[in-house]
Design a protein around this ligand. Structure first.
Ligand code: GLP
Length: 261
């Protein structure tokens, strides 16, 4: 696991955008994994900027979303599908139908989840997955207690996550749906490169557990310790509980520029 600590959120976003740009330059038909939440927004802004400058094209790539609320009308501004359209897809050149998310309005949610797993597998798996992390250590919507071997399925949100996400629903926790569809931890682990972003003191404990804690379903993100290629991009506040912060800083400072992440 590589940990990059930088006080500048823009610098961290550029590191993630560099990885996406390198991948799409090498393999224009690569498969991306997209996350919602506030953490990746600067990465998407940077990718839009680079796309407009002609540096990166998504025309031959495909993308899969991590998760979706159950039962939000598809045109609801906070449905994850709408969020990703607004923040990224509308501003770049994905082909029609190239971006998919779990269908939180399917009549048969279980078969929608199985179909989503099949679609990811049929696309050859995800090459680069962007991730955030919840204050309770969830990734996508895999709440504490999630099976480390889980696949796309329905989950119930914790009160903490609904509280955290109330800001997207005009502060009303009761408006945050209780149920979601989410890629499972094993689904996420199947992506070839995981790039996780976190900022702010509220994420410090989750980041400490993710990088340095014992692997446990109580902190679902800790399963990433079993993945061979994970990059964790954090600001000073999110890094404030890391025990080996000095070592991570030295390692990053000494890394040859050509190596990338
Ligand atoms: C949400 C999303 C996650 C996201 C996390 C953190 O619940 N389902 O994919 O990583 O919360 O969100 P934020 O980046 O806004 O702090």
């Amino acid at each position: 696991m590589e940990v990059v600590i930088d006080p500048s959120p823009d610098a961290l976003a550029r590191v993630a955008a560099d990885a996406v740009e390198r991948l799409l330059t090498r393999r224009p038909d690569a498969v991306l994994g997209l996350a919602t939440g506030s953490s990746p927004l600067r990465v998407y802004d940077e990718l839009v900027r680079r796309h407009r400058a002609g540096a990166v094209s998504f025309a031959r790539s495909r993308a899969f979303l991590l998760d979706e609320y159950v039962g939000l009308p598809p045109d609801h501004p906070e449905s994850y599908r709408r969020v990703i359209d607004r923040e990224l897809v509308a501003h770049v050149d994905f082909a029609p139908g190239a971006v998919r998310g779990p269908d939180g309005n399917a009549a048969d949610l279980a078969s929608a989840c199985a179909g989503y797993e099949d679609a990811i597998a049929a696309a050859g798996g995800v090459d680069l997955q962007i991730l955030g992390i919840g204050t309770d250590g969830h990734v996508a919507f895999n709440e504490p207690g999630s099976s480390l071997g889980s696949r796309t399925r329905i989950k119930t949100l914790t009160a903490q996550t609904r509280e955290d996400n109330a800001r997207f629903f005009e502060g009303r926790r009761d408006d945050v749906p209780r149920h979601v569809l989410t890629q499972g931890l094993a689904t996420i682990m199947g992506a070839r490169h995981l790039v996780l972003l976190a900022s702010g003191r509220a994420k410090a404990e989750a980041v400490h557990q993710l990088v340095e804690g014992p692997v446990s379903a109580m902190w679902p993100a800790t399963v990433l310790q079993h993945h061979p290629h994970v990059t964790v991009l954090v600001d000073e506040a999110a890094a404030s509980r890391l025990q080996l912060a000095g070592y991570y800083r030295e390692t990053w400072a000494d890394k040859p520029a050509w190596q990338g992440i």
